[in-house]
Each structure stands twice: as structure tokens, then as C-alpha cells.
Design a protein around this ligand. Sequence first.
Ligand code: HEM
Length: 411
Amino acid sequence: MSEHQILVLDPTGSDPDAEHQALRERGPATRVDILGVHAWSVSDPALLKQLLTSKDVSKDGRAHWPAFAETVPTWPLALWVAVENMFTAYGADHTRLRRMVAPALSARRTAALQADIERFVTSILDDLDTLPADTVVDLREHLAYPLPIAVIGQLMGVPADQRVEFRTVVDNVFATHLTAEEQAANTACLYGLLDDLIETKRTAPGDDMTSLLIATRDDEGDGSTLSDAELRDTLLLMISAGYETTVNVIDQALTTLLSDPAQLAHVRDGRCTWQDIVEETLRYEPAVKHLPLRYALTDFTLPGGQTIRSGDAILASYAAANRHPDLHHQDADRFDATRTTKEHLAFGHGVHFCLGAPLARLEVATALHLFFERFPDAQLATGREELRRLPSLISNGHDSVPVRLRPTTTN
Ligand code: HEM
């Protein structure tokens, strides 16, 4: 395909629905430009699942992407491909790195966190409850953020004062409108915080995942299981995955329920569950719109006759795939919590399927359920169309979600 047909993805993410529609119209896969890097954006769910489960597709750019060395020094999204953890590992390395943290996030261990999660949400709502009636509160800031930060902070053992510092730098990892220089400075700051965390926990270990990973790294008997870089980047992955994504799902679900009372009525009247709301939000407004990057290890000939060549980069366009008519017929582009199948790719697919999916689902369902129980009359304080989207082609949330918790007059 010639260069002029490449679709340049908007790094400010200003109109994702139109962009995803354009991707689907171009066929199962199409060439895109992501801040100067060319890749195949895949929006056809069947093809995407085929590639995501193929041994001939890797996430290890260092080993399998010919353009890696020339790209990383100047690409704003370098961190997404250069980190050394399970996110970018292939084969046995991936299995080794994933096994170290997987048990802590199993469905059983996650279910055991339910009481903690309810306690965190209740305490956040208690604070909101002290505000005068008619106050407008940004629920992204005051509900969507504090919950995942408290949960992952506890799981990882991040001291309270360090949790706040992580917030901005983790946000910036997802901000695709920043320059390469700004991202490099942010990465340096992030690594500084991670080094501080490692030092803190090495000196005073606790019953948390950071201490466990440090112990694995420092174990003389089998010291080869985790390198220093892998330790730091595994912490980076756990903290960033635990912060931004769950925040977006809470934000999107609140936004939808507050602007589409029919959907809220479905739960209240028993036509669907809170879990249905969570799944439909994940399908309709997935927290991660596109996931950079994967690399072909062999040639793949596509249904239309095009070929993804060995060494080409691949972008998993989850948001576009989730609204594909092949998955959800002609009404794929409509939020409907009562639809019978809500199949989606919001957590990925295959060996890299999100490890935190059970935790994220539990957090979002608990936050929504308890929030609407406490503030049944809450209203968006602005029109939905006036909410500003995050400047990102990856992260799918809003700048803020202003809500009147206890309106004294109706809109
Ligand atoms: C609703 C919230 C979340 C969403 C939508 C989400 C989504 C994703 C996606 C799309 C991937 C990448 C799949 C791929 O390679 O294409 C992923 C990977 C991952 N997620 Fe999540 N995530 C969420 C929450 C969490 C939480 C709370 C944690 C941890 C506490 C977590 C931990 C991970 C890890 C460790 C990976 C890497 C797995 C691997 O490469 O083998 N995620 N997630």
C-alpha cells in the first residue's frame, strides 16, 4: 500500500468514534501513522484474535522489530515498547515474568479484596457526603482516581506520600500529545520514583507485592529470575496498569449512567446487573483504545490480499474492534447494558490478557453500586458533549466529570 493511503492517528484523541469508524471502513487491517511510526491497525475482531494468539506475533520489540533501535530514542511512545517486563516479553520470558505476579491477582485472591474495596469506596463516599447540597464535584478526581490508587497502593505497598507523586507521571505515560523530550523527562521522573520505592521497601519490607518482587530479585540462590531492569519495569507495569485504566472505566460508566437515565433504570429495575454495566462500558468505551505495539515474525496474508510483512509493527485497535458489526451486528455503536452478548477485547486476548481483569471488574462494579445507592439523584453538571476527552490515542477518559451529587432542583 502506498504511503499516501496511511491514516494518521490523532495523538490528541479528539474524535475517537470517527477515527475508529474510519479504521473499520478501511478493512480488517490498515496502515496507520502513530506519531511518526507506521504500523498495521487491526480493527477486525476475528483477525485481531488470530494475531493475538499467534506464536508468530511478538511484543518484544528489542528482539523482533527491525526499527526498534532507530525508533526508541526519538519516539514519544518509546516507553510502551522499551520496558522490560511481561508486557513486552515473548515466549519463556513472558511466562517467567507473568508467573511472578499472577497468583496475587487470581480470581480467588481478588475476591478476598472485596471487603477492602467496599471500605475504600465507603470512605470516599463519606467524604463526598459532607459537602453541601448542590455542590459540583469532579468525580474523576474524587472517586474514579482515589479508589484504584488506594487498591493498587495497598497491593504494591506504596507508602501514602509516594502514591500522590506517581499520579501525574503515570497519567503522562498515557498522554500522547507530549513531545519525545517531555516524555523522556517524565520517564526519568517515573524511574526516580520507582527507585525510591525499591529503596524504601528494601529497607523496610512489608507484606506486599513490591517486597515480594524485591526478595525474588535479591534471592542469591536463584538470582537470575529477575534482573534489576525487570524488577523496576514490573513495578512500573503494575502501578500504571492499576492506576489509569480502572479510573477510565469508572469515569466512562458514571458518564454514561448520568447522561442516559434509561441505562441506570435497567439496573434499578432489575433488567441487568452492575456487572452488565461494567461489561458494556468495557465494550463501548474501553479504557485502552489502541495498544502499542506488536511485531509480525512471519508474513500474514490478509483477506483483502494485503500482506503484513515479517518485521512490521501491529497496533491492536481494541476500541474499533469492540464496535465491529461482526461482533455486535448493526447496533454495535449503541450502549445497551441489556444486550445478551457483550463480547469485547478491552482486556486484550491471548497470553497477554490483562492480569488485573478480575480486580478491575470488582472495583468498578463496587464503586458504581455504592455510589448510586448513596447519591441516587446525582446529575451531570454539564452536557455530556461538553466533557473534554483526554488528549490521548491510548487512554479513553475525560479531563473531568463534574457532577451535582444532591441537586436541590432538577435540570
Ligand atoms: C478496567 C481496567 C483495566 C483495563 C481495561 C486493562 C486493560 C489491559 C490491556 C488492554 C492489556 C494489554 C493486553 C495486550 O497486550 O494487548 C493489559 C495488560 C495488563 N494488565 Fe490490565 N487493564 C485494567 C486493569 C488492570 C489492573 C487493575 C491491573 C493490575 C492490578 C492490570 C494489570 C495488567 C498486567 C500485568 C498486564 C500485562 C499482561 C501481560 O503482558 O501478560 N490491569 N490490561
